[in-house]
Design a protein around this ligand. Structure first.
Ligand code: DX5
Ligand code: ZN
Length: 220
């Protein structure tokens, strides 16, 4: 099933509740929330209080993308404040198994994220325990960048391996996704589509989501 995950990194925070009501009214299933520590990536974004407050006003799936070093230290707090899916970067820890354990112990869905510079093969040993793999289409840290070309082949390789081994895992693509390249990422095998700047473009949220939905329809 193809799912849309708007990234609220591009939100106008003064109107976040109205934006979330639009997502709900359009049956958008996920909200993608970026967490940055200023070290793993050169930027800051949201923390636990944002997740907690968003959790209070919606039942949508909160897809929390940790861009932090030492994710094991932070995972419990994000699970407790309302995340449904927790993604951590494979590049950010030497103990990915422990990080997965920690997410699962809290009853949440576990996802490993790969930077554009990390090969698809790096996540293969963990697939039997994952619910989702997040493939970054840009270097993490900032919205509004262009999709890196090699991303498509990486998604293809991962989807092929997942199929061959009979796993049931979502492949999420994050960064640089827009109407003009969604067909390619879907064709390659991604099924969870994060979009930030495209969805918020000109603040025409409904129109932009409808454009994305019309591409999704071609794949139903
Ligand atoms: C970047 C973030 C993305 C970002 C995507 O590090 O992980 O979620 O919001 O933004 P766009 O869709 O503008 O590339
Ligand atoms: Zn993200």
């Amino acid at each position: 099933m193809i799912k849309l995950a708007p990234s609220i990194l591009a939100s106008n925070l003064m109107h976040i509740e109205d934006e979330i009501r639009i997502f709900e009214s359009m049956n958008v299933p996920y909200i993608h929330i970026d967490i940055m520590d200023g070290l793993f990536v050169n930027n800051f974004s949201f923390g636990t209080s944002a997740v907690k407050n968003i959790r209070k006003i919606t039942d949508l799936v909160l897809d929390v993308h940790l861009m932090t070093y030492d994710p094991i230290k932070h995972i419990p707090a994000f699970c407790k404040c309302g995340a449904d899916i927790v993604s951590f970067h494979l590049e950010a820890t030497s103990k990915p198994d422990k990080a997965i354990d920690c997410i699962k112990e809290h009853g949440k869905k576990a996802c490993i994220t790969l930077k554009p510079t990390t090969e698809a093969e790096a996540v293969f040993p963990y697939l039997d325990r994952l619910d989702q793999v997040l493939i970054m289409g840009v270097m993490p840290g900032f919205g509004g960048q262009d999709l890196i070309v090699g991303t498509i082949d990486k998604i293809k390789k991962l989807r092929r391996y997942i199929k061959e081994h009979g796993y049931n895992i979502d492949i999420e693509i994050d960064g640089g996704v827009k109407e003009s390249n969604i067909r390619r990422v879907l064709k390659a095998g991604a099924n969870v589509i994060v979009a930030g700047s495209y969805i918020y473009k000109d603040y025409n949220i409904e129109e932009n989501i409808n454009r994305i939905y019309s591409v999704f329809k071609e794949f139903e």
